[in-house]
Design a protein around this ligand. Structure first.
Ligand SMILES: CC(C)(COP(=O)(O)OP(=O)(O)OC[C@H]1O[C@@H](n2cnc3c(N)ncnc32)[C@H](O)[C@@H]1OP(=O)(O)O)[C@@H](O)C(=O)NCCC(=O)NCCS
Length: 180
């Protein structure tokens, strides 16, 4: 059974980053992320078309966190409050002690090891606080940056593509075998 009470919100810190709760004041950055062609390239989602879409998304995330359906962090540098990416755990299975992970960075902040730092903290949180034994990531077959990130933590790629969406592979991290 997983321990997924996310109130009060678990703000986390790493060497360079603060992982904090998303706020309606992040609307411009969420819009930038969710409407960016480079960020969206390998993501199976409807891009945001207006700032209102972004605000609706932020409100939906807040409600889902209150219901403990998911946990979603805004990634910021430790000395600045502006959102530069996000990372989340969702689709929890209490029976299998597992969930899915998702993440994205604005293009200006990619290639600096920021997601590696954030992911390390979230895996630690997932294992130690939530009690996860397994974390999955669905990644497009051509998404090399995401694949490289997952492999750094010992996520293992499925031998076959996902049945419902053959462009995607499932990567699985297990506490028993993951490099953590
Ligand atoms: C997936 C994604 C988050 C990866 O971001 P990233 O910045 O490449 O990931 P990392 O944090 O691991 O950074 C790695 C890069 O930073 C470089 N780097 C620079 N300074 C570093 C440091 N201090 N520590 C570690 N790496 C550093 C590494 O060399 C590496 O670059 P390389 O790929 O050219 O070798 C990003 O590509 C993205 O947002 N994509 C769009 C959204 C998406 O597809 N999400 C996946 C959903 S499944």
């Amino acid at each position: 059974m997983l321990d997924r009470i996310f109130t009060p919100f678990p703000t986390l810190t790493t060497e360079r980053l603060i992982l904090r709760q998303l706020s309606i004041d992040d609307d411009k950055e969420i819009f930038a992320l969710r409407s960016d062609n480079k960020v969206n390239k390998y993501l199976d989602r409807q891009p945001s078309e207006t700032i209102e879409d972004a605000r609706r998304f932020i409100n939906k995330v807040s409600q889902s966190i209150k219901k403990s359906d998911l946990i979603y962090w805004a990634i910021t540098m430790a000395d600045k409050n502006n959102l530069l990416g996000t990372i989340c755990l969702f689709d929890f299975s209490d029976e299998k002690n597992k969930c899915e992970i998702g993440y994205e960075l604005l293009p200006d902040f990619q290639g600096q090891g920021i997601m590696k730092e954030a992911t390390s903290k979230i895996i630690e949180f997932g294992i130690r606080t939530v009690g996860l034994e397994e974390i999955e990531a669905f990644t497009h077959k051509d998404n090399q940056n995401s694949t490289k990130l997952l492999e750094k933590f010992g996520f293992k790629k499925s031998t076959e593509p996902d049945k419902t969406n053959p462009d995607y592979f499932i990567f699985t991290f297990k506490t028993s075998t993951g490099q953590y």
